[in-house]
Design a protein around this ligand. Structure first.
Ligand SMILES: [Zn+2]
Length: 464
């Protein structure tokens, strides 16, 4: 089954087919690491993971990278007048920018693990790609898309005819908006131009030498530079939150396509916000929760994942503790049922295969996870033999990542045959007959087991 995704640029469903014929390459805009990531952001970051899982489910090779923004993300990106978020945190916490980046990157990765986001293949850091950004800016200047004024380099948006095609913010519309604004940077040729490189002021610590003097990169240029460095000048999918469409992704398109002269990304996928009783989750609104806050409330973080899967990724989603607690109970109940059904059946009957087909069709249809969960509920309630239900759910869990077999694993006991082989292997090890011990390990592994050498001897458990 071919996975289709909604492309925010063409506003159409597009079949995912790798441009290199082999590997689907995905770039996701990652976190700005100056504070903890809240669960609203986490929902956006789940999108890249979900796309990767859906594609692998259908047998595709996938390469997924997510950047870490550790410089250049300003508090006000639209008018280029903000302060660097990393530098602000530095002042707040009494740590260096590097220490802050390290602290919040680690926290982000730990929170990601908790909600079932499998680690990306690479997490490139902005501060480690300054040379690539400078090279890209030089190309944009050479091609007439950018100009320097007193150490700051701007992108001239009038040189890119497609500006506004992603967000709908065309120059004419932006101009109407700017007429009402009070202050516009007088160095810019047009109010809509944006900074690629900024001159470092006297108090700026995070700065690098460049052909235009000491300075630091804008936020948007990092994603152009890092995506094209690691995935090439033509790749398949770019993800982000809805709030990244403008100006971040609009500017990224102008930069990347302006530099290479052709389309770079096949599909732009954007995730909806998570709302708290109708309000966007934001630090200023004081309704911010971290994944670890859920854990402290006794909630399984994967119940949050299940809650998210119940809403289509493009839609805005309302968060409530009641709904989360409901999912928490449901997930525990689901795992208990799976554990009661015994071992997975080796073969599926026709009705089970039909359910599998419907589940796959839902996932492939622009990640229609709410529909996939309906198929799951039907399966659980069906009259299929337990073994077939286990077989289906354990396969589907590759996409759902809800650890549905957790309780089954915990309740699991080895068979008499397994126990005998384990005892035989411990004897072989005690008498230093390593050839025999290895042979017995291979036999146990052949039974689908993970074999561990512990102080108490050989331990086995089902391989996950
Ligand atoms: Zn980005």
């Amino acid at each position: 089954m071919t996975v289709r995704l909604f492309d925010s640029l063409s506003r159409e469903l597009i079949e995912v087919s790798p441009v290199d014929g082999e590997t689907v390459k995905i770039y996701s805009c990652g976190p700005t690491v100056y504070r903890y990531i809240h669960i609203g952001n986490m929902r956006s970051f789940m999108l890249g993971d979900l796309i990767r899982r859906a594609l692998r489910f259908e047998g595709r090779n996938v390469q997924w990278i997510m950047n870490i923004t550790d410089v250049g993300h300003m508090t006000d990106e639209v008018s280029d007048t903000g302060r660097d978020k990393m530098e602000l945190a530095e002042a707040d916490e009494g740590l260096s920018a590097t220490e802050i980046a390290e602290k919040y990157t680690n926290a982000f990765l730990e929170d990601s693990d908790l909600v079932g986001i499998e680690r990306a293949d690479l997490y490139p850091r902005a501060t480690q790609h300054i040379d690539e950004m400078i090279d890209l800016i030089k190309i944009l200047i050479d091609k007439g898309h950018a100009y320097e004024v007193d150490g700051t380099v701007y992108y001239d948006v009038t040189t890119f005819p497609g500006y506004g095609k992603l967000s709908g913010n065309t120059l004419a519309q932006l101009r109407a908006g700017h007429r009402q604004e009070v202050a516009v940077d007088p160095a810019k040729r047009h109010p809509e131009d944006f900074a690629l490189w900024k001159k470092a002021g006297p108090n700026r610590a995070l700065k690098w030498p460049s052909p235009w003097g000491d300075g630091f990169p804008g936020w948007h240029i990092e994603c152009s530079a890092m995506s094209m460095k690691h995935l090439g000048e033509r790749f398949d999918i770019h993800t982000g939150g809805n709030d990244n469409k403008f100006p971040h992704h609009e500017d990224e398109i102008a930069q990347s396509e302006g530099a290479v002269g052709h389309q770079v990304v096949s599909i732009w996928a954007h995730g909806g916000f998570l709302q708290m009783s109708g309000a966007k989750m934001a630090k200023s609104a004081k309704n911010v929760y971290r994944v670890t806050d859920l854990v402290e409330q006794g909630i399984d973080p994967l119940a949050f994942r299940m809650l998210c899967l119940g809403t289509r990724y493009r839609s805005e989603m309302d968060f409530s503790w009641e709904a989360l607690e409901g999912q928490n109970r449901r997930l525990a109940d689901l795992r208990r049922r799976v554990a009661s059904w015994g071992d997975a059946a080796a073969e599926l009957s026709e009705p089970a295969r039909e359910l599998d087909e419907r589940f796959r069709e839902a996932v492939a249809d622009d990640l229609d996870m709410p529909r996939a969960l309906v198929v799951l509920n039907e399966t659980v309630a069906s009259k299929l033999p337990g073994g077939e239900k286990v077989a289906l759910l354990s396969t589907w869990d590759d996409v759902l990542a809800l650890d549905l077999l957790r309780e089954a694993r915990e309740r699991w006991e080895p068979t008499d045959e397994m126990r005998a082989l384990v005892a035989e292997r411990d004897e072989a090890r005690a008498s230093k007959d390593y050839a025999k011990s290895d042979e017995l390990r291979d036999r146990l592994q052949g039974m689908g087991l993970e074999v561990m050498d512990t102080a108490a001897g050989t331990q086995v458990r089902p391989r996950t």
